[in-house]
Design a protein around this ligand. Structure first.
Ligand code: DOR
Ligand code: ZN
Length: 342
């Protein structure tokens, strides 16, 4: 048995409308807070859009009896973001700005074309002065397996030029990013469940598996192992961010299928399984909560305790949505840990 205090998921796609209704319970019941990503169909590029989305999440969470769940909001950076808008966002309590390189992933069509362009640098400067946290999907448009590594140079430039700005390297996937993370005081990272449990072979080694297709793409077993080791170590620069990203099955299976792995239904039991396997259960609390509390300076999160027990259960095969469905990560497989329901 293990009890986790205030589990936090610092990177999640909760979506909107019907999908939000179908997926929110997996996060709101078992996590104290989640950082909701802003790449909706209409991206959250201003304060009002972010606040409306926050209300949508909160009212749904309340209807699930999850008043103790805090959605942490992020705002989508595009080149036309103004200083006034940033100040308005700050006053409204928005602390995180999310940067997507244009075209890098799902919902990044409105992202930033030239990251080190004058206009974007001005946004970074304001972000630094107003104490925002800059969350970055760090990928170039180069060769798939090198995209994160190539983006390292941009992380380095931003880290050096804005030393007081906290920068989050989201969903680390490449072991070459780890040195960079440790080299600059203002760089931090999130790590997903899928990048510490799978490699590219799980996407295309035994026939194509679209449900394991995500961005950044899964890499080599060496990358997986290095990231697993980093997560297991409880390193204080690293928080858990699932990047759980639900897509309708029809969108996963079509040509140019959608990138994203829907891991929300299994996160805490699967993490217990992994940390136990490597004899590191003692470090799970840091990875799942304590590190993020410090990095993101989280306060006023209602106290929530989640207890997990060793008991086998089977992961559901799908979640129905109208005539379609969402397939969860590891559908139909067994878990050896289970959340103890109150
Ligand atoms: O695989 C991914 N899916 N990576 C991302 O960066 C975005 C996400 C999504 O929104 O579907
Ligand atoms: Zn994401």
């Amino acid at each position: 048995m293990i009890t986790l205090q205030n589990p936090l998921d610092m990177h999640i796609h909760l979506r909107e409308g019907e999908i939000l209704k179908s997926v929110l319970a997996f996060s709101a019941k078992y996590f104290s807070a989640c950082l909701a990503m802003p790449n909706l169909k209409i991206p959250l590029t201003d304060t009002n859009k972010v606040l409306n989305y926050k209300k949508e999440i909160q009212s749904l969470a309340n209807s699930l009896n999850c008043d103790d769940f805090t959605p942490i909001m992020s705002m989508y950076i595009n080149e036309s973001l103004t200083k006034d808008e940033l100040i308005k966002a700050k006053k409204a309590g928005i602390k995180i700005l999310k940067l997507y390189p244009k075209g890098a992933t799902t919902g990044s069509e409105n992202g930033v074309e030239e990251i080190l362009d004058q206009k974007t640098l001005e946004i970074f400067e304001i972000a630094e002065n107003f104490d925002f946290i800059l969350s970055i999907h760090g990928e170039t448009n180069g060769f798939s397996l090198d995209r994160e590594f190539e983006f390292g140079e941009i992380f380095k430039q931003i880290a050096i030029n804005f030393p007081k700005l906290k920068i989050i390297m989201e969903h680390l996937s490449d072991r070459r990013s780890i040195d960079l993370l440790h080299k600059y005081n203002n760089l931090f990272a999130t790590i997903t469940l899928h990048h510490i449990t799978m490699s590219l072979d799980d996407v295309l080694g035994k026939g194509l598996n679209p449900h394991h297709f995500c961005k950044p793409i899964l890499k080599t077993p060496k990358d997986r192992n290095a990231l697993l080791e980093l997560a297991l170590s409880g390193d204080e620069k690293v928080s858990f961010g699932s990047d759980s990203a639900p897509h309708l099955q029809s969108n996963k299976l079509k040509q140019n299928g959608a990138a994203g792995i829907f891991s929300a239904p299994i996160l805490l039991p699967k993490l217990c399984e992994i940390f136990e396997k490597y004899n590191k259960l003692d470090n799970l609390q840091k990875f799942i909560s304590d590190n993020a509390m410090k990095i993101y300076d989280l306060k006023n999160i209602p106290n929530k305790k989640i207890t997990l027990i060793k008991e086998t259960s089977r992961i559901q095969d799908s979640i129905k949505i109208d005539n379609d469905c969402i397939i969860p990560f590891l559908a139909n497989e067994e878990l050896s840990w289970k959340i103890k329901e109150n």
